[in-house]
Design a protein around this ligand. Structure first.
Ligand code: F6P
Length: 548
């Protein structure tokens, strides 16, 4: 579809918005007892209830028409077939191959990538099995008790999020730590509790050039060598990268180096050897279950009609709010403490993918693209930022996530958690009218004047949209499916917005400037040539960096 075509398509949806403005969800629920049935769908054990959205049949049909008109299905097939859909880097986008469970060849640039994937998975299995059972030990013969993954962005967020989510599958005697920030506090505070003789490091970097990771890796290496001698590095370091030349130069032996490929984007790499710390923490079998869950979601995405396709439904709803209603943020609110890094993970997934303002053809987009994604687990968020979600001036579409079964037998915790998540989506949808507030205050025995004064503060506008994702239990399979669900949602939105969801040039400028500024920060050069703000800040730093 041409640029004007998309713009026109978004404008054409406006008539549906206008109609629905006069039909708040609470009215629609009252009229239609089948609304939940009509607007819910499932994939495996994941139920998506999207009935609490500002939609009706007509609006939804128009949204699916939009998805078809921009050829979501064709673009999806192009991705699967290894077309170089990442046009600015001239690369295929094949993260689905990393979790593919079938036996067909998966060609990329004329070569089946499955044997290579299986070879690395096999090596990951034997390595992680051997570390976990004590066959592979540290330089002094001690069994490893701590694994420190050093990486950032996609080489950190995915494994860190998954390890936390799968805590019930971890062992108390083998802990995973994640160091990402170049702020020395991060590695310092991590290492201070660790015993070098029992600590293994994984240097995870697709490029093996990322400054934060290389700086942390050098510090880790010095810490280890200082305690155990240089020769110990061999036994205590592993690497995950596409740049096998640089891993070798760093001194990491080949049998402890796990490769992946340039057709795996950093934010899509948790399924590759980047998952090594996950496999160490929860065992390779459980890591493999994560892959299987993701593959199940892939099958759903690839074969289910758009109208019943969870990622597509979530994607078009997101576009509806972003481009037709003008809502600029999207909240991810897991009622699952172990998903406390899920929103942070999705921030990279979504914002690095669709935070773009030119089309595939390099022209300015004439519509809004990726929203700001944010969130924290419930119920904690309820006591922090939900006030704004309920009564603020911005409407924030939200995804609630909740398991039907907890991992721990601690009644009444889980029933209370479920009651809270259901209450929040209900409250957001229903709101509370002026009449309801007045009646409530009268019943409470309040006098007329006080009721008049208080009522406006106690009214909730309602009609605030949310999805609820209900799943049986946060198992490795379910987690894999949930991550893949969001990946595909972001993909579909990228197609609708006509952007390249697979590059990230927007992070480069800051990196370049930081490199140029370093000698000036170190005091080896003056700040001349920079703007007055940067010069002023440099001067403040020089004046204060060694002051008592
Ligand atoms: O700075 C952005 C980014 O390129 C991400 O896309 C990537 O996940 C991260 O940096 C880390 O890159 P690498 O794995 O090459 O160290």
């Amino acid at each position: 579809m041409a640029k004007s075509g998309r713009k026109a398509a978004f404008s054409a949806l406006d008539k549906h918005r206008k109609r629905l403005e006069d039909q708040p969800m609470r009215v629609q629920f009252a009229i239609d007892p089948n609304r939940f049935k009509r607007y819910s769908a499932s994939a495996g054990d994941i139920l998506l209830d999207y009935s609490k959205n500002r939609i009706d049949e007509e609006a939804l049909a128009a949204l699916f028409d939009l998805a078809r008109s921009v050829d979501v299905e064709g673009r999806r097939d192009a991705m699967c077939e290894g077309e170089h859909i990442n046009i600015t880097e001239d690369r295929a986008v094949m993260h689905m191959a990393l979790r593919y469970q079938g036996d067909k060849p998966v060609p990329v640039d004329g070569q089946d990538v499955m044997p290579g994937i299986r070879e690395v998975l096999g090596r990951m299995k034997s390595f992680t099995d051997d570390v976990r059972n004590g066959t592979i030990r540290g330089n002094t013969g001690e069994q490893f008790t701590d694994v420190v993954n050093i990486g950032i962005g996609g080489s950190d967020l995915g494994p860190a999020m998954v390890t936390l989510a799968l805590e019930p599958y971890t062992r108390a005697d083998l802990r995973a730590h994640y160091v990402s920030n170049v702020d020395g506090a991060h590695i310092h505070d991590t290492l201070k509790r660790l015993d070098p003789a029992k600590t293994m490091f994984i240097i995870a970097s697709k490029t093996f050039t990322t400054d934060e990771t290389m700086t942390n890796a050098a510090t880790a290496r010095a810490w280890l060598a200082n305690a155990l001698g240089d020769q110990a590095v061999n036994d205590h370091f592993a690497a995950v990268s596409t740049n096998l030349e640089s891993t070798g130069k760093f001194g990491i032996r080949a049998d402890r180096t796990f490769g992946f490929w340039d057709w795996v984007g950093g934010r899509y790499s948790v399924w590759s050897a980047i998952g090594l710390p996950i496999a160490l923490a929860v065992g390779f079998e459980n890591f493999d279950r994560v892959l299987k869950g993701a593959d199940a979601m892939d099958r759903h995405f690839l074969t289910t009609p758009l109208e019943d396709n969870l990622p597509v439904i979530m994607a078009v709803l997101g576009v509806w709010y972003r481009n037709v209603w003008g809502f600029s943020t999207h909240a991810v609110l897991p009622y699952d403490q172990r998903l406390s890094r899920f929103a942070a993970y999705l921030q990279q997934q979504d914002m690095e993918s669709n935070g773009k303002s030119v089309t595939l053809a390099g022209k300015d987009v004439a519509w809004s693209t990726g929203p700001i994604v944010w969130g924290e687990p419930g119920t904690n968020g309820q006591h922090a930022f939900y006030q704004l979600i309920h009564q603020g001036t911005d409407v924030i579409p939200a995804d609630f996530l909740i398991a039907a079964q907890p991992h721990e037998a601690l009644p009444p915790h889980h029933d209370k958690l479920v009651a809270n998540v259901l209450a929040q989506s209900e409250a957001l949808m229903l709101g509370k009218t002026e009449d309801e507030v007045v009646t409530e205050l009268k019943v409470a025995g309040m006098d007329k004047a006080k009721i008049k004064e208080l009522t406006p503060h106690k009214v909730f506008p309602g009609n605030r949209p949310s999805n609820t994702l209900f799943y049986q239990k946060l198992t490795p399979e379910t987690l894999g499916s949930l991550i893949a669900l969001y990946e595909h949602k972001v993909f579909v939105q990228g197609v609708i917005w006509n952007v390249n969801s697979f590059d990230q040039w927007g992070v480069e400028l800051g990196k370049q400037l930081a490199k140029a500024l370093l000698p000036k920060v170190e005091g080896k050069a003056t700040g001349e040539g920079h703007d007055s703000s940067t010069q002023g800040l440099l001067a403040y730093y020089q004046a204060n960096k060694t002051k008592d």
